[in-house]
Design a protein around this ligand. Structure first.
Ligand SMILES: O=P(O)(O)OC[C@@]1(O)O[C@H](CO)[C@@H](O)[C@@H]1O
Length: 388
């Protein structure tokens, strides 16, 4: 279980504490997630049984020593060696969740070339439903209306849309609905644009999170960034958490934009496709993005790319957990102090959907704790935090 062993770091968030958010992910969200898969796909009996057994194992069992098939085998071998035989309930939240999704791919034969289920994205039906939905249509109408606005106002709106786009996380929506948008607790947006517009030939790297509404908003933001910088969009190499965006999702999103009746939206699709062809917008993926490791343990190649970038924008809650460390931080701990190890300039954009947070000014923190006690996990509060 590779993670930082520094003794002065707070304890890792676990999944054992009754009443905790992380425990509810395993005990409430995952049973519904499995039910949804059994509803969405006519799996044969052996896959149904594997899914049900996996769920039972996560609730009452221990981690087996076998390494699930798929890429990154050496990393998983090392990770599993540290956890085999332990009850799931004792595992750190980040590790347990990441391993659960890897096991789901095993149960549904995703990596089995000879299986008819091989390569079938188990979350595709949910992703497609969102892409075809009314919410995206109205997001795109709003995008089209932005064409009339002043450049600064457009930029502000596009960054804000990408930030709140992170609410559209289908994993979270498996069991929770999000009651509107409260406020942006930390807003370092000015620093983000300063870095994007600043000197240097390096690209702006956007590490994507969810497909659907979030990726749509991210692409509109990327189009604006392309006015002053090259961009690399980093996607997952294969399905992972429920709505995580892969290359296939990106192509489906471009098709959705191109088919939209609004001319400015069609123009967006065309500019993005041209930018991909001209390699001003590069699409990348990396096996690291589907491992349980934190960003403290970046592989050297990816760390070098981050160092050379003008700015790395990390989208979403899971990337935040991997950046900050999924630990019981005092939320007033300065962001810069926690992520000073990061190899380059970094911006984290997330709606808060899990227990951790850092960098919240103490006065604001006490207002939140009294006024909105569930602010950490409700998805209604957002933050844009920058280290440079
Ligand atoms: O990374 P994302 O899509 O913003 O959020 C991932 C998420 O749905 O998964 C975890 C619990 O399952 C939480 O971190 C968060 O709620």
């Amino acid at each position: 279980m590779a993670d930082d062993q520094r003794l002065d770091l707070p304890p890792r968030i676990g999944i054992d504490r009754p009443g905790s958010f992380s425990r509810s992910v395993f005990h409430e969200r995952h049973p519904v997630l499995i039910e949804n898969l059994l509803r969405d796909f006519p799996y044969p009996a052996h896959i149904q049984a594997r899914l049900e057994n996996l769920l039972a194992e996560t609730l009452n069992g221990t981690v087996p020593s076998a390494v699930p098939p798929g890429p990154n085998t050496p990393s998983w071998e090392a990770q599993i060696a540290g956890c085999a035989g332990r009850p799931w309930s004792e595992l750190p939240f980040l590790w347990a969740e990441s391993y659960f999704y890897r096991r789901l791919l095993e149960a549904t034969e995703y990596f089995e070339a000879e299986s008819p289920w091989g390569g079938v994205d188990l979350f595709a039906p949910q992703k497609h439903a969102q892409l075809a939905g009314e919410e995206i249509r109205s997001d795109l109408d709003a995008y089209a209306a932005l064409a009339e606005r002043e450049p600064d106002e457009r930029r502000r709106a596009l960054l804000t849309a990408s930030l709140w786009g992170n609410q559209a996380d289908l994993g979270f929506r498996t069991t929770s609905s999000i009651a509107g948008q409260s406020d942006v607790i930390v807003d370092d947006s000015a620093a983000i644009w300063d870095l994007v517009d600043g000197p240097g030939e390096g690209p702006v790297i956007v590490v994507a999170d969810n497909a659907g509404r979030e990726l749509t908003a991210d692409l509109a933001l990327i189009d604006a960034i392309l006015e002053t910088a090259h961009v690399e969009l980093h996607l997952k190499p294969h399905p992972y958490f429920v709505s995580d965006a892969t290359g296939r999702d990106l192509l489906a999103t471009l098709d959705t934009l191109a088919a939209n009746p609004n001319k400015p939206v069609q123009g967006l699709a065309e500019r993005l496709r041209d930018a991909i062809r001209a390699e001003r917008l590069r699409l990348r993926t990396h096996g690291f993005y589907v491992l349980p490791s934190t960003y403290r343990h970046l592989p050297p190649g990816l760390a070098g790319d981050f160092r050379a970038a003008k700015l790395v924008i990390l989208k979403g809650d899971l990337n935040y957990r991997r950046l900050v460390g999924d630990r019981e931080w005092d939320a007033a701990t300065p962001f810069g102090e926690v992520v000073d190890y990061f190899p380059g300039d970094v911006a984290a954009l997330r709606t808060a959907k899990s227990d951790l947070a850092v960098g919240i000014p103490p006065k604001r923190l006490s207002e939140l704790e009294t006024g909105s006690p569930d602010w950490r996990v409700s998805g209604t509060h957002a933050m844009m935090q920058v280290l440079h």
